[in-house]
Design a protein around this ligand. Structure first.
Ligand code: UT7
Length: 329
């Protein structure tokens, strides 16, 4: 009997039409295109403008794109995981609504929250379910409507984030392709440095918390930056070492798009040439759970069967990690 591995067999993505450029941000807060570009690599991001639409809309669009392109029958999907930091509502999982809307009516669904590492953790979950032989088609979606939790008077955070999401279908593979290894970490020290103070059980939302703007993201950027640079580079190096991979064995680095300088530092630690590093941060900014699947969505055509992809992410919590995957088509 051959071993089962979990392979990505289809991808999809979606970003809203509205483009929030650095120039436009200059009219909103005290910032400038030169500062944003040199510190982050971001030129523009997409914003879901319609107040009546939440993250589920991004998820549904991304999943529908995957279903159409991959010729997938939604009735055959066994489970749907939505990785998101901005679910439609605190109660009533976004994934459940999304599964029903896309016609995955034989699936069970739930949300997963791990900030910018959400999609990576969802890959790990899908991998475990598939490898065990329990389920065959697992749809994972990473999406965030970050504009719903960003304070557009705070120049330290509003220049970074954008809205968007992507999806991947994982299925059993019997040729040894798909997920090969993972190295996932977390550390609660992070919760002081990247957080939303109010709206949870510790500090429920009230007129007072809204007046104090505690329902928005707070980030101590400098501290998060230091942890992110070290964390993402460490796990990437570790996953190469323990799989006996050299830089020449790696075809693509699929790294969380939070800051171009963090991506460069990770690539540099493992000695990777620039043309193997996937980058779309200039177009979308940091879409949190959306960055990794949006890279797959944008660069799918470049991948060849058997290519070695290294996924790496770092996010709030802190959560971080790396996954080594062989592309299956
Ligand atoms: O995705 C999840 C994890 N998140 C991350 O990985 C993000 C990690 N952090 C970062 O990417 C960076 O820390 C930022 C991009 C958020 C900020 O860049 P930085 O180089 O760390 O800037 P800084 O916060 O140290 O600020 C440097 C200066 C400050 O001025 P002074 O004190 O030196 O006079 C800031 O007030 O830049 C100022 N500044 C700005 N200036 C123009 C901060 N934000 C802006 C801005 N425009 N938008």
């Amino acid at each position: 009997m051959s071993t089962i591995t979990a392979a990505i067999t289809a991808v999809g993505g979606y970003v809203p039409d509205f483009v929030l450029t650095n120039k436009l941000l200059e009219t909103m807060v005290d910032t400038n295109d030169e500062w944003i570009t040199s510190r982050t690599g971001i030129k523009e991001r997409r914003i879901l403008k319609d107040d009546n639409l939440g993250t589920s809309y991004l998820c549904i669009k991304a999943a529908e794109d995957l279903i159409a392109k991959g010729n997938v029958n939604p009735l055959e999907i066994d489970m749907v995981i939505v990785a998101s930091t901005t679910p439609d509502m605190p109660v009533a999982a976004t994934a459940v609504y999304v599964a029903t809307q896309i016609g995955a009516t034989n699936a069970f669904a739930y949300d997963l929250q791990a900030a910018c590492s959400g999609f990576l953790y969802a890959m790990s979950t899908a991998d475990a379910y598939i490898k065990s032989g329990k389920y065959k088609k697992v749809l994972i979606i990473g999406a965030d409507k970050m504009s719903s939790i960003i304070d557009y008077t705070d120049r330290a955070t509003c220049i970074i984030f954008g809205d968007g999401g992507g999806a991947a279908l994982l299925e059993p593979n019997y040729e040894g392709l798909g997920i090969q290894d993972e190295f996932l970490r977390s550390d609660g020290v992070g919760r002081d440095f990247l957080k939303i103070d109010a709206g949870g059980s510790l500090l429920p939302a009230s007129a007072d918390t809204v007046a104090k703007r505690q329902h928005y993201v707070f980030q101590d950027g400098k501290t998060v930056y230091k942890y992110a640079v070290t964390g993402m580079a460490d796990v990437s190096e570790k996953i190469l070492q323990r799989n006996n991979l050299t830089k020449d064995d790696v075809d693509w680095l699929v790294a969380h798009q939070a800051n171009k300088r963090i991506i460069d530092a990770t690539a540099s630690r493992i000695g990777l040439e620039e043309d193997k590093v996937l980058v779309n941060i200039h177009k979308y900014g940091n879409t949190t759970s959306g960055t990794l699947p949006l890279l797959l969505f944008d660069f799918e055509k470049k991948f060849k069967k058997g290519d070695n992809l290294i996924f790496a992410a770092f996010g709030g919590g802190f959560t971080w990690g790396a996954i080594y995957l062989k592309w299956a088509y």
